[in-house]
Write a protein that binds this ligand. Sequence first.
Ligand code: BG6
Length: 491
Amino acid sequence: MTKFPKEFLWGGATAANQIEGGFDQDGRGLSISDITTAGSLSEKRKITYIDQNGKPGEVVALAGRNNIPHGAQGAVLENKFYPNQLGVDFYHHYQEDIRLLAEMGFKVFRMSISWSRIFPNGNEEKPNRAGLDFYRKVFQELHKYNIEPLVTISHYDDPLYISQKYHDWSDRKMIDLYVHYAETLFKEYKGLVHRWITFNEINAPLLMLTFDEDASDSDYQHAYQKLHYQFVASAIAVKMAHEIDPQNIVGNMICGTTNYPATPDPKDILLARHKWEQLIFYSSDVQAKGMYPSFAIRLWKDHDVQLDITQNDLEKIKNGTVDLYTFSYYHSTLATTHKIQDQVSGNFATGAKNPYLKYSEWGWATDPIGLQYFLEIIYDCYHLPMMIVENGLGAKDNIENGEVHDNYRIEYYRDHIKAMKDAINDGVDLIGYTTWACIDEVSAGTGQMSKRYGLIYVDRDDEGRGSLKRIPKDSFYWYKKVIASNGENLD
Ligand code: BG6
């Protein structure tokens, strides 16, 4: 029987913009998530702005992307509710929260740093000391319990100022700003943090376009150019992290959706293969192999994309490959060239409904075998140690006599952990797993609190009301047993 490696990193994951709150505290600047409204399953989240004539407006939010019309200025509007400004107030509850993570026996805690807490506008020369100090305290608190931080440098919350000025990474200047930010973190937290992720779900801009039927060639131009600048920024950061501290381990982060063909029609098989190329391998090859794949030329041609890529960029990419392949996994999706009878949409994915799978209230398929499949395909391609840094079930929870009985979540985790074991059995070098999330947080996609992912319940509702009391769910006690037995006891 395969066992998890002795040093397996069990833990949970979060993102600053979804848990911290304190959006206007201690010199923090506004980020793109602070001007993103609440939504729901039926209503898309919006980014709000003031246009050239001083009139308020809004545009559909696209996972951290700044798509505010040219000439308008992103703004917080009166009478609108912005859930990420509040999160679950980790900013003031971090000690209590980390104590609970320690009680579960966490070995690792994935969190992100809010760029605008360190550089309020994103382009300052000197960092905001209060922001740096906050994260130092968080890291020290984690170390108190022997929990290792795994830090995402950028997780869907670019500072609003630079995001506007440089049109959401349309300008190469963003590379320097990101590198300066990353260098500041590597130097400041040398010895406190050894595991880093450069960008959360770097492939998201491409995933979002396949989601959007109206996406134009110019949307693809923007997405591929943004990605190129981020690839270069990431590669420079990887090299720098190693130079500053040879103990640093740096990972990429891919939104890992498993694409299956919906029918045996060879056209569907080829379509599924092409989806893997565009949505997974394109970004993975650049970050893990240090080069663009051969099919990149076809992908660019498809949308008449002309990129600003220099020889120097390609050198940087070659010399800045990641040490670790990290990814999020929530579900699989079906690709088909045939008419879809029953359409479903999940995390940046849309396609035909799979009759063999169960779907959550938000339309996300539960498919643990898809996780095993993803692990095996990717390990075979890149031969890098792998870590699943997000996986979980968004569901409504009920409190009964002060307790949350979330058996559905336990079942979800149990099946995915079994699939991880099977992948290890098949030779995959899987070194860790951080559940999404460990504590309830604001949903990135819908802005809801009621789409809960935590092992710890937080008393806050979709309108931002509640006592913020933390309540360990049944899954909390279950996961504690899993960690204590290093994945042996899944009952
Ligand atoms: C991932 C993101 O794509 O999915 C997280 O990295 C996000 O930030 C998670 O929260 C779950 O998605 P959602 O939309 O249900 O919050």
